[in-house]
Write a protein that binds this ligand. Sequence first.
Ligand code: 13P
Length: 262
Amino acid sequence: MRRPIAGTGWKMNNGAADAYRYAAALKQALTGVDVSGIDVFVLPPFTSLHAAGAAFANSPVAIGGQNMHWDDAGGWTGEISAPMLVEAGCRYVELAHSERLQHFGETYPLVRRKVDQAMAAGLVPIICLGETAAEKAAGRADEVLSEQVLTSLAGQPIERTADVVLAYEPRWAIGAADAASPEYVAARHAALRRILREHRGENAALETRILYGGSVTPENGKELIEIEDVDGLFVGRAAWKAEGFARIVKIVSEAASRKKSF
Ligand code: 13P
């Protein structure tokens, strides 16, 4: 029903030469692993997109951008547009990563414009959602998630909801020592599905894929992917080397054949 996903954002790591090395090592590490039941993505920095696209050509690994602008073209120094990502071979674009919100002042009304632009260009937006430590402490996590997801999707018709990928990434668990606990993740993912059901209908709730990200490792990944409403793992540090990502891809592929919700 929901095809599982293993994905990694390289953040500001892995230049073009590293992208070639990474792709070769990943293919090698995944020899004999059946990934036909899952989607796999890698989000390189912009300057590595071309190399990654070439290196992953004719492989099950799709590439995507880590951010984009809401306009097609124009006087926006330092920015990259959706059509440029498409031309570079991207299938995905990550939006609203917490590092974009925290360090570059992005907001969800802006994310909404980017979602609309990405969808119009035929990209799959990976929309990051997550509460801060202070919001968690105040018991406001689900309220924050609701506001974030509904704002991001506000420009999209109900029937297109499941064309996006959501990524629950609690902001306090990104780049941290530990992931959120499985119980906590299960509760937030269930809340997100309730929010989708209430505001975007039953199909959206059943079909939209929700990834977990934030200090995922090959060690904790097994337990996280078993959670009913977790449809994939979105990994930073533990997948910046191909061998680490290969272990995550294997975990998700193995879980895919077991999980009823998929
Ligand atoms: P870490 O896995 O390094 O915590 O990063 C997660 C992340 O930012 C995924 O988008």
